[in-house]
Design a protein. Structure first.
Length: 184
């Protein structure tokens, strides 16, 4: 049985009524249900959103979304990257619905139960469907991998600086800024 966006919306409504905190995606007609991520992954995502937002918003470059923002892909999948960005020219106004486009930037952050291979597949699917940059953050290895549509993958570590000149000219952060601080 192939499910649709309307099926996902009905399931989300039911989960909300039952006060269940699950994220739902649609992949190839199958519903994927994800529970909350671990708080380290969540903190990394929040920090990346903050760092990007501080650059994007004053320059009016576009919109940044968290893991709750759903995108209807050209293949009719409904996907929600952990962090995503859409250039201003492509989304002049937000909608009170799922966006029917592929984000320019998609970021997946490995949680403790994720498999890297599945996250890589998701990032590559977004690139195949039109994303300009894909990022996979692996807190276990303290690495950030940047994927481009041409198949180029560059892995960054603590000492490196992350830049995404195609989308954010002049922006850079030290990879070490993404990791949660230790308060002693």
């Amino acid at each position: 049985m192939t499910l649709t966006i309307q099926d996902v919306e009905r399931l989300q409504q039911k989960l909300q009524e039952e006060q269940q905190d699950y994220q739902v995606e649609l992949q190839e007609g199958n519903i994927l249900v994800m529970g909350p991520s671990d708080i380290e992954s969540s903190e990394i995502g929040a920090e990346l959103i903050r760092l990007l937002g501080n650059w994007i918003k004053p320059r009016k470059l576009g919109r940044i979304f968290d893991s709750s923002g759903g995108f209807i892909m050209p293949n009719t999948d409904l996907r929600a990257p952990d962090v995503s960005f859409v250039a201003a020219a492509r989304l002049k106004r937000t909608v009170r619905d799922f966006a029917q486009l592929v984000p320019d930037l998609v970021v997946e952050i490995k949680s403790k139960t994720d498999r890297i291979s599945k996250l890589e597949e998701k990032v590559k699917l977004f690139l195949d469907l039109g994303a300009r940059i894909g990022i996979l953050i692996n807190p276990d290895e303290l690495t950030v991998s940047v994927y481009r549509p041409n198949g180029d993958v560059k892995v960054f570590t603590d000492e490196d600086k992350l830049t995404i000149n195609e989308l954010f000219p002049g922006w850079e952060i030290a990879i070490s800024e993404l990791w949660p601080p230790v308060f002693e």
